[in-house]
Design a binder for this molecule. Structure first.
Ligand code: PMT
Length: 366
């Protein structure tokens, strides 16, 4: 058996778990973080000036590299569909959207014509003027190729969606209400989240007009850089033993320190329906934010549950009050659609959140 961890192996009883502070002071920040945050600052300023509400949507799964010169990594489940779909609905409600997503995962508008489900190239039709045209791949000089006619090849049934996507994409581009940033590793994600929260929380910023919609699937365990093998892990030495450290729970500083006024929505994914609601309630107690949206792996496209604290048990930011009767401290709202419905569940999720956020802004929400 080989042990992957370099030097001292992981979180032995005597090694301290990573606090957020320790994490940020010991792990590497992504390249060009400052430039990325400058871009966010400009986007936020432009939309804040117009009085728009702003939402940070996180989407897709984070990875954990196993080597410094990375060949292998652990990944978290998420195609990014929830985040990309929700971002479209927030845009339709005139939110400015910071879409922070895993590189190559689903994106607003593009998701409708992704490479696997509805390939964009199938929409285009090409007509060559000369049926004997040489192949354009790889070498024919351009001057020898007569210009072909390219048209959109769509059926009457497929046209309404195509037009909707094109129109909405154009509208959003003209308004400048969508800004995209990417992450790959959990380090990228955590540094970006802290940096963006810092920008959104700046003085003269949007204050309560900010919502956090944390749909990304974030790794719970990671290999600190200091314990990583430098080079590709070699096979041939028997089984591999990896001991990972726990990623600090970042919702705590987000709620309590980074974004004192933001409206925060987190997600909880479980595969065992029995623990979904207890886990969601536990997260509300621990972090004191506004909503946990629970979903089960296999029904996540048709069924979610909003878990919130009742007003009387929600104390000042980050501090929940214990009610005498445990169960009545919380309220749950299930949102469901038929499996064959044309509606997407994100439309219903976002409509409910927009309403709650409105109350939060006017000081009437919890
Ligand atoms: O993208 P799809 O394929 O459509 O799938 C969507 C989804 C199922 C991934 C999505 O709906 C979802 O449930 N996302 C959260 C899944 C998850 O991994 O939850 P978690 O228990 O790891 O984290 C709970 C919350 O805490 C999340 O909002 C996360 O952003 C946050 N978190 C997690 C870890 C960490 N160290 N700090 C955090 O703040």
């Amino acid at each position: 058996m080989q042990n992957l961890n370099k030097g001292n192996t992981g979180s032995s009883p005597e090694s301290e778990p990573f606090s957020a502070e320790k994490y940020y002071s010991t792990q590497p920040e992504p390249a060009r973080l400052k430039d990325t945050l400058d871009g966010i600052r400009k986007f936020v300023a432009a939309n804040n000036e117009k009085g728009r509400r702003i939402v940070l949507v996180t989407s897709g799964g984070t990875t954990v590299p196993l080597e410094l010169n990375m060949v292998r990594f652990l990944d978290n489940f998420s195609a990014g569909t929830r985040g990309a779909t929700s971002a479209e609905y927030f845009l339709s409600h005139d939110y400015a959207v910071i879409f922070m997503h895993r590189q190559f995962s689903q994106q607003p508008f593009l998701r409708h014509y992704s490479h696997s489900t509805n390939p964009f190239l199938d929409l285009l039709q090409i007509e060559e003027p000369d049926t004997n045209s040489p192949s354009v791949f790889p070498t024919a000089p351009r001057s020898e190729i007569a210009t072909p006619k390219v048209s959109v090849n769509t059926t009457p049934e497929a046209l309404p969606l195509l037009l909707r996507v094109l129109r909405e994409n154009k509208r959003v581009k003209e308004l400048g209400t969508l800004h995209t940033v990417t992450f790959v590793t959990v380090d990228d994600y955590l540094f970006l989240l802290r940096g963006i929260a810092g920008v959104l929380g700046e003085k003269e910023g949007p204050g309560r007009r900010v919502m956090y919609y944390l749909a990304a699937a974030v790794s719970d365990f990671f290999l600190p850089r200091q314990k990583m093998a430098e080079h590709k892990i070699q096979s041939g030495k028997g089984s591999l033993h990896i001991e990972m450290d726990q990623v600090p729970k970042i919702l705590k500083p987000l709620v309590n320190e980074w974004t004192p006024e933001g409206y925060i929505v987190s997600f909880k994914l479980e595969t065992d329906p029995q623990i979904l609601i207890p886990k969601a309630r536990g997260a509300l107690d621990r972090y004191g934010h506004q909503v946990v949206i629970g979903n089960e792996l296999h029904t996540r496209k048709y069924r979610v549950v909003f878990v919130e604290k009742n007003a009387s048990t929600n104390g000042p930011r980050g501090k929940s009050i214990q009610a005498n009767d445990g169960a009545s401290s919380y309220r749950e709202e299930w949102v469901t659609i038929q499996e064959d419905a044309e509606t997407e569940i994100e439309e219903l999720i976002v409509a409910r959140l927009v309403e709650r956020h409105g109350k939060w802004i006017s000081g009437r929400g919890t």
